[in-house]
Design a protein around this ligand. Structure first.
Ligand SMILES: Nc1ncnc2c1ncn2[C@@H]1O[C@H](COP(=O)(O)OP(=O)(O)OP(=O)(O)O)[C@@H](O)[C@H]1O
Length: 247
């Protein structure tokens, strides 16, 4: 039987028929403000509640801001950092400013994938990580799409090799149909897409599991909400062009 990692996000494991198969690298793709960061932070937080150490690789936001934003949902990661169950990899500040004093894991040069991988590998080893989030992988290859696939595959090799189950956040434009480019989409084990669509003058959130190696899954577009406790997915509802219907 395949081992699964439960996301713990209400409704999500039902859609995944039990959770994400262990060691999968899942591309979490969506336009701006669709909930990718919150989803991935909730995935890590729920892991911590089950005793599974986690790593958040911050490429888009300041680590201090990330800790604050997570705490607003009730996800205070600081005690877990102190216990060595959670690690933040700072690939945002390049060690400039006070982060040098506070952050244990800093990537100084984003153009140097080897440094990035070395820092990540060290963090995984130190805390024996089971879950890893890279937010976002797009930042790693935004100016060099030709090597996007190679970057994804190198990261995947490291992560799967260490036994981690990972989420790679992928940023796409509003209205874009794909998930982050063909090289990336085929390289990953799973794709979950988050959408924000205007229906009857209102923005509605929905989510689709486009692919997930190692398991069957819902083939429907499910509505979800973001609340002050995080994401809730409605596994028994679908979002159609006309609006939300029960199934
Ligand atoms: N407490 C909350 N209650 C409800 N909705 C919230 C709350 N906090 C944030 N949101 C919603 O979540 C959105 C941000 O989600 P998130 O940062 O996960 O998006 P993202 O997909 O990572 O975006 P980007 O790619 O632009 O960084 C906000 O635009 C807002 O609509």
């Amino acid at each position: 039987m395949i081992k699964r990692v439960e996301t713990g996000i209400p409704g999500m494991d039902e859609i995944l028929h039990g959770g994400i198969p262990e060691r999968n690298v899942v591309l979490l793709s969506g336009g701006p403000g669709t909930g990718k960061t919150i989803f991935s932070q909730q995935f890590l937080w729920n892991g911590l509640q089950k005793g599974e150490p986690g790593i958040y690789v911050a490429l888009e936001e300041h680590p201090v801001q990330i800790r604050q934003n997570m705490a607003q949902f009730g996800w205070d990661i600081r005690p877990y950092e102190d216990q060595g169950m959670f690690a933040m990899v700072d690939a945002f500040t390049a060690g400039i400013g006070r982060s040098r004093e506070y952050e244990k894991y800093i990537v100084h040069d984003l153009t140097d994938l080897r440094e990035f991988i070395d820092v990540l590998r060290q963090a995984i080893k130190d805390i024996d990580a089971k879950r890893v989030v890279v937010d976002s992988v797009t930042t790693l290859y935004i100016n060099k799409p030709a090597i996007a696939r190679s970057i994804i595959l190198q990261l995947k090799r490291v992560l799967a090799g260490t036994g981690c189950t990972s989420i790679f956040v992928s940023q796409i434009s509003v209205g874009e149909r794909g998930f982050g480019g063909p090289g990336v989409e085929h390289g990953v084990d799973g794709i979950i897409r988050l959408d924000l669509d205007e229906i009857d003058g209102e923005l509605k959130r929905s989510l689709t599991v486009w692919k997930m190696r190692g398991t069957s899954h819902s083939m429907r577009r499910h509505p979800f909400d973001i609340t002050d406790k995080g994401i809730i997915v409605y596994a028994n509802k679908i979002l159609k062009r006309g609006g939300i219907v029960e199934i």
